[in-house]
Design a protein around this ligand. Structure first.
Ligand SMILES: Nc1ncnc2c1ncn2[C@@H]1O[C@H](COP(=O)(O)OP(=O)(O)OP(=O)(O)O)[C@@H](O)[C@H]1O
Ligand SMILES: [Mg+2]
Length: 283
């Protein structure tokens, strides 16, 4: 595993008498995509705000690139990318000039602007003013800006919400490239498919508390108590069988007689894991 680029130790946040984060701890390494999953109001954005120095924690410690978050050094921002809802785009600048402005600040070669605009499908819109972009286009521009300087740490607050499947796919490919190049990615999402596909590890957050933290695979296996198999037979019959000595014999029989077309184990997806752990849906 790469170096620890984000480290969070027993972090808590209170807003007056409301506890938004309760003693959470985790770390994210270089080349890791960490998924922070939880229903609305569970504390995801609050965590990102604390980790990016926009909000002070009530207790506990957090470090980004070895910098304590309550006193983030200005120079660290050059190595961090942030995508949240408070976009900070220049409304009256074009798509292209928004990125030029950041490229200058961050000393990035302008060639990368064209590369990214093509990758997120904004190249043909590069001369439109930011304020005239659609929601999804704005989101893509904010993402391009956050990736412009190939940051060491990237914070993404629901980066693909509201995007179409093709654009989402393009963004996923870009994120995986950044990961391959050693970026640590902190991602919040409601989209369980996205989390399963992208994340090396996920933390499930419920009411400010991390209730599970593991790889998506380990979590789905852990909660696969009631082992079942979905079988499709050549006679087009579909059967769902529980794992037992008897059913294994039956499956064996189908296999030997060449009657079986497909067979799948039915481990739960992350959504079902979340429901089982918290009794709540991930919405
Ligand atoms: N500035 C604030 N003042 C008071 N309460 C706040 C503030 N910011 C967040 N909260 C509260 O903290 C809790 C967590 O909010 P947060 O925005 O972190 O949730 P979230 O997990 O990002 O939700 P969503 O999925 O809807 O974006 C909520 O109950 C929210 O009302
Ligand atoms: Mg949020």
């Amino acid at each position: 595993m790469g170096k620890k680029l984000i480290q969070v130790e027993r972090l808590s946040k209170k807003f007056k008498d409301q506890v938004a984060l309760k003693d959470i701890s985790f770390s994210v390494h270089a080349g890791e995509i960490f998924g922070f999953l939880g229903p609305s109001g569970s504390g995801k954005t609050t965590t990102i705000k604390i980790l990016t120095g926009q909000l002070a924690q009530s207790s506990g410690r957090a470090f980004v690139l070895n910098n304590a978050v309550e006193q983030i050094d200005e120079s660290i921002y050059e190595q961090i990318g942030i995508v949240t809802d408070n976009s900070g785009l220049y409304d009256r600048l074009t798509v292209y000039n928004n990125l030029v402005a950041f490229a200058k600040l961050l000393n990035v070669d302008k060639k990368r602007i064209d590369f990214l605009l093509k990758r997120v499908g904004l190249f043909e819109h590069k001369n439109k003013m930011a304020k005239n972009l659609s929601k999804g286009m704005k989101q893509r521009l904010i993402l391009s800006r956050a990736m412009l300087h190939q940051p060491k740490v990237l914070f993404l607050d629901e980066p693909t919400s509201g995007l179409d499947p093709v654009t989402t796919e393009a963004i996923h490919a870009l994120l995986l490239e950044l990961k391959e190049n050693g970026t640590a990615i902190f991602l919040t999402t409601h989209n369980m498919e996205e989390a399963t596909k992208l994340c090396d590890s996920v933390a499930l957050l419920n009411d400010g508390l991390i209730v599970e933290h593991d790889t998506p695979k380990a979590l789905t296996l852990k909660y696969n108590q009631d082992k079942r198999y979905q079988v499709l037979l050549k006679n087009e019959k579909e059967v769902n069988v529980a794992h037992s000595a008897e059913s294994i014999q039956q499956i064996n029989h189908w296999l030997l007689n060449d009657e079986l077309l497909t067979i799948h184990s039915c481990e739960p997806n992350l959504e079902q894991v979340f429901l089982e752990v918290t009794g709540r849906e991930l919405v």
